[in-house]
Design a protein around this ligand. Structure first.
Ligand SMILES: *Cc1c(COP(=O)(O)O)cnc(C)c1O
Length: 421
């Protein structure tokens, strides 16, 4: 679907490309913006074309140079998924292929199942998204895959685990960690994966980065050496808390070719209407994320010295030199998530949430509206006491996802709510 006619020596920037490349109006009766194709099945021009399409779809044949292939059936592929996947490449530096899924969890699950074999291990950072942790610890374990958690911010332990784990099938990083914002050095982890001594027949483990919290605007894992980027498109990519979606992007299309058949089999491709909705939101991702990040920085820095707070967790307030270094080298801006730890523990945290009106007490993040939640009893309630303590998820911790409201209104509300605690 790519119009691909830019051979300019100065490549266009993502915000321009996302509006001009990856969608060809000629394939949609001239429609200036993408149309929706809801068909579940596609008509073949001839029985031979049908035979050829199935040979290609099942991997018995490869697409020849310049050959255009037929669509078959919407569980495998459909025009709106193709358009969305071409458009989103423009936002992710270094990406050459993408897949759209019907949730972030579907993207993570399908990628891991396609890449891992029984007997292998996956090294991953903690804290990680609750669903991801549940999937690795409680499902993959049943299929003979061992999960090896490594505490975020401990680059030494991460490199050690990547180096010493036998039959390592994949490395999964989530950075910054949620809800503590602790950062992992992506480049360092990729170097460790590349430096692994491989036994005969063993392949270098791919490094996957869940980039939901800072990407695609503020953090570019593929440029730092990662193999795959995964997103919950439910969050900043769609941005209005009104749909579920997941995206996987790769520098090497071969990796996407490995994952695609699993998506066709599981039936978790993003549906046409949702692809169309998400595609329409992509041109404003940078606008929304930049506004929300500026808001969050102003609010977090003003709350930093508040007498009722033990600490504010936010990248510009890092004190650890290693964390400051990673933030400076790896991220363009600090993003729109911060956590505050109230001095009065769980009661104070609950009272704070009860007093909010502009900000809503809800899980999820990345929407234009501000949301706040108590991780210990909601998003991270599956953690053991030990896991919570190690990860710094305390009773007084409240996580905030800042939206695009006026920051002064939000700051005033947070200050009033804190005063009433
Ligand atoms: C929400 C989220 C997910 C899961 O995405 P869904 O779209 O809810 O399936 C994965 N990782 C991170 C970091 C998330 O915030």
């Amino acid at each position: 679907m790519s119009s691909g006619h830019h051979h300019d020596p100065h490549p266009l920037r993502p915000t321009t490309k996302v509006l001009t490349e990856g969608y060809d109006p000629r394939l949609s009766v001239g429609s200036a913006r993408p149309a929706v194709f809801r068909s579940s099945t596609y008509v073949f021009p001839s029985p031979e074309a049908a035979e050829r399409s199935f040979d290609i779809a099942t991997g018995r044949a490869q697409v020849a140079a310049g050959e255009s292939t037929n669509l078959i059936y919407a569980r495998f592929n459909h025009p709106n998924a193709q358009i969305l996947e071409e458009q989103i490449l423009n936002l992710e530096p270094g990406a050459h292929a993408a897949l759209a899924f019907n949730s972030g969890m579907a993207a993570i699950m399908t990628s891991l199942l396609a890449l891992l074999r029984p007997g292998q291990s996956v090294v991953y950072t903690v804290p990680i998204y609750g669903g991801t942790q549940h999937f690795i610890q409680d499902y993959l374990s049943k299929w003979g895959v061992t999960g090896i958690p490594v505490l975020s911010g401990r680059g030494d332990l991460l490199a050690g685990a990547i180096h010493s784990t036998k039959d390592l099938g994949a490395v999964l990083l989530e950075t910054p960690a949620n809800p503590t914002l602790v950062m992992t050095d992506i480049r360092q982890a990729c170097k460790a994966a590349a430096a692994r001594k491989l036994s005969p027949g063993e392949a270098r483990p791919p490094v996957l980065v869940d980039n939901t919290l800072l990407g695609p605007t503020f953090q570019h894992p593929l440029s730092l050496g990662a193999d795959l980027v995964v997103y919950s498109g439910t969050k900043y990519l769609s941005g209005f808390s009104d749909m579920l979606a997941g995206i996987v992007l790769a520098a090497d299309p071969e990796l996407i070719r490995k994952i695609r058949p699993a998506r066709g089999l599981f039936g978790n491709i993003l549906q046409p209407d949702e692809c169309w909705m998400l595609g329409g939101r992509l041109p404003t991702v940078h606008l929304r994320m930049n506004r929300a990040s500026k808001n969050a920085q102003r609010i977090a820095e003003r709350l930093a010295q508040h007498p009722k707070l033990k600490r504010v967790l936010y990248p510009t307030l890092f004190t650890d030199p290693e964390q400051k270094r990673i933030f400076a080298e790896q991220c363009d801006f600090p993003g729109a998530m911060f956590s505050i730890e109230l001095l009065g523990g769980k009661k104070a945290a609950f009272d704070f949430l009860r007093n909010l009106h502009i900000a809503r007490n809800a899980v999820s993040l990345g929407g234009v509206e501000t949301l706040a939640c108590h991780p210990k009893t909601t998003t991270h309630s599956g953690f053991t006491e030990q896991e919570s303590a190690t990860a710094g998820i305390t009773d007084g911790l409240v996580r905030v996802s800042i939206g695009i409201e006026h920051w002064r209104d939000l700051l005033e509300e947070f200050e009033q709510s804190l005063a009433a605690v």
